[in-house]
Design a protein around this ligand. Structure first.
Ligand code: ATP
Length: 780
C-alpha cells in the first residue's frame, strides 16, 4: 500500500479543511449543525466547505462543494430541514461512487468530513473511511491524483452527528430533529383534539417511526392519548383489538367525548403483523360504534422551524464535532457525537450502529423485552408513565388498603408550563395505586384557609396540554407569609399524609421552612416533595425545571419574528428583555438558540467597559455600505441584570453610538414567556416527575404503615422524620434524582435564589464565539 507507507504532511503546517454534509432524511436542526460547523470551524482557523445534496454532492463534486464564509450561514438557525440539501444517493453505495467522492475531496483539499445524518449515512461514512487509503492507491494508479496529493491526504478524519427525527440511534439519548418533530405532532394532535371533542369522535393518528416508537410514545404522554402502538412493545396480554377497545370503552364510560389513538408507522402485533390505522378505525367503529377518522401526519412531521432544543443540540454537538476533528488521529475509531445525560459525548460510531441494529433484530425475533431494554432507561420509564396515567382500573398496581395515602398537591410561585401536566399525572397514578388525592387552591394561602378539593380521574382530563395553573398558584411561603401553625393545623385536620409542591424558588424556600420546624409539628412529619416548575430554571437539584423549555420556545419564536423585522428594517439591533430573575439560563440558552450577538446575564452583570466593547463590536459589524451586511441583530438581556443599565438605557446608548451605522429598539417579552401551551418536553418531564413523586411518598411511608398494620393500630401520626423525606425531585441527565433539602442547602445561593453552579454556564462562551467576536477582531 504505497499511500499508507508515505509520511503524511504534518497537520500543523497546513490549514484544516473541513467538509460538512447532511444526508438521509432531513431533520430540523441540521441547519444549526451546518451553521455551527461553519462558524466554529472558521473561528478555529479552519476552512469550511459545504457539500451540497449529501453524498450525491460528494460524488458529483464541482460546484456541489463550496467554501463557506462567516456570512454564508446567516439566518440558518431558524430554518427547518437542511439548506445545503440532502439526498439518498445510490452512487455512494458503489465502489466507483466512493472512488469519485475521494477524488473530489482530494481535489478540493478537504481533509476532514463531518456527516450529519441517520444510521445509514453514518454507516456509509464508516465504509468510506475504512476504504480511504485503498481509494487513494487506486486514484494514483489510475493517474487521477498525484502521489504528493495522496501524501497530503493520507488520512481522512470523519466525524458523525446523528440527525434523525425518529430518535432511533442507540448511543445517544436524543437525535437532532426528534424534538421538533414531536412539536409538530403535538400541535397536530392538540388541533385534532378540539374537533374530536366537538363531534365526540375517535381519531387514529399515524406518526413516523419505522423501528422506533419514541415519537408515538412521547406524543402519547404529551397529548394524553388513550392508546398507543409502538414497534418495541405490542399489546401482549390478549389480542390488541380487545386491549384497545377495553381502554377506549372505559374512558368513554367515564365521560370522555374523544378517543385518540397514536400509532407508529412501524407498529406491530405480537406476531409481527403490522398494525395499520385503517384496521384500527374499523375496530373502533364496529366494536364501539365510534365515529372514527384517520389522520396520517406524514411529512408535516419533518417540517417547520426547529424548536429551541434542536437548535441548541445541533449547535453544541457540531462544536464538539469540530473539536473532535481538531484532536483526531488516524488510530482513533470513527467518532460519533452523542448526547448522554445532558452532556455532549464522543464514542465509536460503529458500536452505536451495532446496538441500533440489535433493536430491529430483537423486534424481528419477537424478543420485545430485549427491544425495550436496548432503548435507554428513560424510554422504559416513560413507557410506564404512559400506561399508569392512561389506563384506569389497573388493579395489578393497587396497594393494600393500609398503605394507601391521603395526598395533597399545591402550586407555588409564578405559573410555568407543565404544572397542570404534573398534577394530572400525579392524580391518575395515585388513583391507580389506591390513594386519595386532594388539590389545594392557591398555594399555601389556600391551604391555610382549608381549600382542599378531592380530585378524580376525569377531573384532570385534558390538563396535560394546558398552560398556567388550574389549581391556582400563589407566592406565599409558610412561616413567612402565612402562619406555620395554620399550615400544620390544616394538614392535620385534613389528615394529609404526603405533600406534593409544584413550583419554583418560592416552593424551594417553602420546603426549607417546613424542614426547619418539622420537629415541632407532628403533622409535618410526612414526606414532602417539590417538583421544580419555573421558567427561570433556578431551583437546585434539577437540570431542568418545568416551564423552562416552554419559555425558551416562546423566546425563540418571538426573537425570530423580531429578527425578521430587524432584517427588513436593516441596520437595527433589538435589545430583547427576557425573564429569569437572578438566573441567566434563558438568556444563555435562548442566545444560543437565536444566535444573539450579545447577552447580559446577572451572573456577569453589566458595566461601562462591557458596553463600550459591545458598541465597538457592533460598529465593526455595520461598518460598511454593503446592503448585504446590514442584517438585523438581537441582544438578550435578563431582566435582573442591572438596575442602572435597563433595557431602555442600553438601547438608547446603542442608538446614540450607532449613529448612521445602526439604530436600536427594545422588546420586552414579559409574561408571554410563561407560555400558553406547554411544550412537549415540559409535559413529558412533568408526567415523569409526578410518577416518581408518588413513588417517593410510598417509599417514605410504607414501613411506618406496615408497622401500624402489623400492630393493628390506627395509622401513625408521624409517618417519617428522616432528612431524606423532604426533597426536590428533579432531572439529572436522563435520570430522575431525589435530593433532600439538607443536601441541597450547601449548594444553594439563597440570596440570589439559585444554585451555586449552573450546568448551562458551559454554553456561555459559545454565544460570543458564534457571534463572531473573535473572528471579526482577527480580520480587522
Ligand atoms: P434516515 O434515518 O432518515 O433514514 P439515514 O442516514 O439512515 O437517514 P439512508 O437512506 O439509510 O438514510 O442513508 C442515506 C445515504 O447514506 C444513502 O442514500 C447512501 O448514499 C449512504 N449509505 C447508506 N448506507 C450505506 C452503505 N452501507 N455504504 C455506503 N453508503 C451508504
Amino acid at each position: 500500500n504505497p499511500v499508507a507507507q508515505q509520511p503524511s504532511v504534518p497537520t500543523a503546517t497546513r490549514r484544516k479543511k473541513i467538509g460538512i454534509l447532511t444526508s438521509g432524511g432531513d431533520a430540523s436542526g441540521m441547519n444549526a449543525c451546518v451553521r455551527a460547523v461553519v462558524l466554529y470551524g472558521i473561528s478555529k482557523g479552519c476552512d469550511v466547505y459545504a457539500v451540497y445534496e449529501g453524498y450525491q454532492g460528494l460524488v458529483d463534486g464541482g460546484d456541489y462543494i463550496r467554501k463557506m464564509d462567516w456570512r454564508s450561514v446567516t439566518g440558518y438557525l431558524s430554518i427547518g430541514g437542511t439548506s445545503i440539501g440532502t439526498a439518498r444517493c445510490m452512487a455512494f453505495k458503489t465502489h466507483e461512487g466512493r472512488l469519485q467522492a475521494a477524488e473530489n475531496l482530494v481535489k478540493h483539499g478537504i481533509d476532514s468530513l463531518i456527516v450529519c445524518g441517520g444510521d445509514g449515512s453514518l454507516t456509509g461514512a464508516d465504509v468510506f473511511r475504512s476504504e480511504w487509503t485503498g481509494l487513494l492507491d487506486e486514484l494514483i494508479t489510475a493517474g487521477r491524483i498525484t502521489v504528493d496529493e495522496a501524501k497530503t491526504f493520507r488520512s481522512m478524519t470523519i466525524v458523525g452527528i446523528v440527525g434523525s427525527i425518529d430518535n432511533d440511534m442507540s448511543g445517544t439519548d436524543i437525535t437532532i430533529g426528534a424534538v421538533t418533530s414531536l412539536h409538530r405532532i403535538c400541535e397536530a394532535v392538540d388541533s385534532v383534539d378540539t374537533t374530536a371533542l366537538s363531534h365526540s369522535r375517535a381519531f387514529v393518528i399515524e406518526v413516523m417511526g419505522r423501528h422506533c416508537g419514541w415519537l408515538a410514545l412521547m406524543a402519547g404522554i404529551a397529548t394524553g392519548a388513550d392508546f398507543i402502538f409502538i414497534p418495541e412493545q405490542p399489546p401482549s396480554d390478549e389480542d390488541w383489538e380487545t386491549s384497545m377497545c377495553k381502554v377506549a370503552r372505559r374512558h368513554r364510560e367515564l365521560g370522555k367525548r374523544k378517543t385518540i389513538i397514536i400509532v407508529a408507522e412501524g407498529a406491530l402485533d405480537k406476531n409481527l403483523k403490522p398494525i395499520k390505522v385503517d384496521r384500527i378505525k374499523d375496530i373502533l367503529s364496529d366494536r364501539l360504534g365510534l365515529d372514527t377518522r384517520v389522520t396520517i401526519l406524514g411529512h408535516t412531521q419533518r417540517g417547520g422551524s426547529p424548536c429551541a432544543f434542536d437548535r441548541i443540540l445541533g449547535t453544541v454537538q457540531s462544536v464538539a464535532a469540530v473539536d473532535a476533528v481538531l484532536s483526531s488521529s488516524p488510530d482513533k475509531p470513527f467518532p460519533m457525537i452523542g448526547m448522554n445525560n445532558n452532556k455532549v459525548t464522543t464514542q465509536p460510531l460503529m458500536d452505536a450502529v451495532k446496538l441500533t441494529h440489535e433493536v430491529a433484530e430483537a423486534i424481528e425475533s419477537r424478543n420485545f423485552q430485549r427491544a425495550l431494554e436496548l432503548r435507554d432507561s428513560q424510554f422504559l420509564d416513560e413507557f410506564k408513565v404512559f400506561n399508569v396515567t392512561t389506563i384506569l382500573d389497573d388493579n395489578s398496581i393497587e396497594l393494600p388498603d393500609h398503605q394507601q395515602l391521603r395526598i395533597a398537591i399545591l402550586h407555588i410561585g409564578a405559573p410555568a408550563g407543565g404544572m397542570n401536566s404534573a398534577t394530572r399525572a400525579a392524580v391518575r397514578y395515585a388513583l391507580n395505586r389506591g390513594h386519595t388525592i386532594y388539590g389545594v387552591a392557591n398555594g399555601f394561602s389556600g391551604l391555610v384557609r382549608g381549600l382542599f378539593e378531592k380530585m378524580d380521574w376525569m377531573g384532570v382530563d385534558g390538563w396535560t396540554t394546558c398552560g398556567g395553573s388550574h389549581l391556582g398558584t400563589n407566592r406565599a411561603i409558610p412561616g413567612k407569609d402565612v402562619d406555620m401553625g395554620m399550615v400544620a393545623y390544616q394538614l392535620q385536620k385534613n389528615d394529609i399524609q404526603a405533600l406534593m409542591l409544584v413550583g419554583g424558588f418560592e416552593a424551594f424556600s417553602s420546603l426549607v421552612e417546613l424542614d426547619k420546624v418539622r420537629s415541632e409539628y407532628p403533622s409535618l412529619c410526612i414526606p414532602i416533595a417539590l417538583i421544580p416548575a419555573t421558567i427561570s430554571n433556578n431551583v437546585p437539584g434539577t437540570d431542568f425545571s418545568l416551564g423552562c423549555d416552554t419559555s425558551l420556545n416562546v423566546i425563540v419564536s418571538a426573537s425570530d419574528a423580531i429578527v425578521q423585522s430587524a432584517q427588513s428594517s436593516r441596520r437595527r439591533v433589538f435589545v430583547i428583555e427576557v425573564q429569569g430573575g437572578r438566573s441567566g439560563f434563558l438568556a444563555v440558552e435562548g442566545g444560543l438558540a437565536v444566535g444573539a450577538c450579545a447577552i447580559y446575564i446577572p451572573e456577569e452583570g453589566i458595566d461601562l467597559p462591557r458596553l463600550q466593547g459591545d458598541v465597538q463590536f457592533l460598529k465593526g459589524l455595520y461598518d460598511t455600505d454593503d446592503p448585504e451586511k446590514s442584517e438585523g441583530r438581537v441582544i438578550l438581556r435578563t431582566e435582573g441584570v442591572s438596575t442602572t443599565y435597563t433595557t431602555k438605557v442600553i438601547s438608547e446608548i446603542l442608538e446614540d453610538e450607532g449613529g448612521a451605522r445602526f439604530d436600536s429598539r427594545t422588546a420586552v417579552l414579559g409574561h408571554i414567556q410563561q407560555g400558553n401551551t406547554p411544550s412537549p418536553l415540559d409535559r413529558i418531564r412533568a408526567s415523569r416527575l409526578a410518577i416518581h413523586c408518588i413513588e417517593f411518598f410510598e417509599k417514605h411511608t410504607c414501613d411506618a404503615l406496615d408497622q401500624a398494620e402489623y400492630k393493628r393500630q390506627e395509622g401513625p401520626t408521624e409517618l417519617c422524620t428522616d432528612d431524606d423525606s423532604i426533597a426536590v425531585i428533579g432531572i439529572h441527565g436522563v435520570d430522575v434524582q431525589t435530593r433532600s433539602v439538607k443536601e441541597l442547602l450547601p449548594v444553594t445561593d439563597m440570596k440570589n435564589r439559585k444554585p451555586h453552579e449552573d450546568w448551562w454556564q458551559r454554553d456561555r462562551a459559545l454565544v460570543d464565539i458564534l457571534s463572531g467576536r473573535s473572528y471579526y477582531s482577527s480580520i480587522e
